[in-house]
Design a protein around this ligand. Structure first.
Ligand code: SF4
Length: 110
């Protein structure tokens, strides 16, 4: 298996990511414990919906996340854990790979 190259986020993209409402929700929702897992909209959903094979197939999961009351802590947990598969916290794996480049450096100054 080859090593995946992660595109580096430049300063302009980093500023955009920090303004992303999902990213802000993750910052706010971090360190709020694990009870959020009991309130996810996806609890009763088919897990396969959250592990789509293409970006287009991710639309139903992303729509469910947008209505979810625990998007922030969910995304924070995914960013902390480095989950690189599936839809979490209203993001695709590609979006989280970019966000993690901003997320990890930010944490040390909080
Ligand atoms: S944000 Fe999405 S993946 Fe996370 S708990 Fe809510 S519905 Fe599930």
């Amino acid at each position: 298996m080859g090593t995946r190259t992660i595109p580096q986020v430049g300063p302009t993209e980093a500023r955009r990511l920090k303004r992303d409402l999902r990213f802000k929700a993750a910052q706010t929702g971090r360190h709020t414990g694990d009870r959020w897992r009991e309130r996810g909209r996806c609890l009763s959903a088919d897990p396969e919906v959250f592990f789509p094979t293409t970006i287009d197939d991710a639309a139903p999961a992303l729509a469910m996340c947008r209505e979810c009351p625990v998007l922030g802590p969910c995304l924070a947990a995914a960013l902390d854990a480095g989950d690189s598969e599936g839809v979490w916290g209203g993001t695709t794996p590609e979006e989280r790979r970019a966000m993690r480049q901003v997320w990890l450096p930010e944490q040390s100054s909080w």
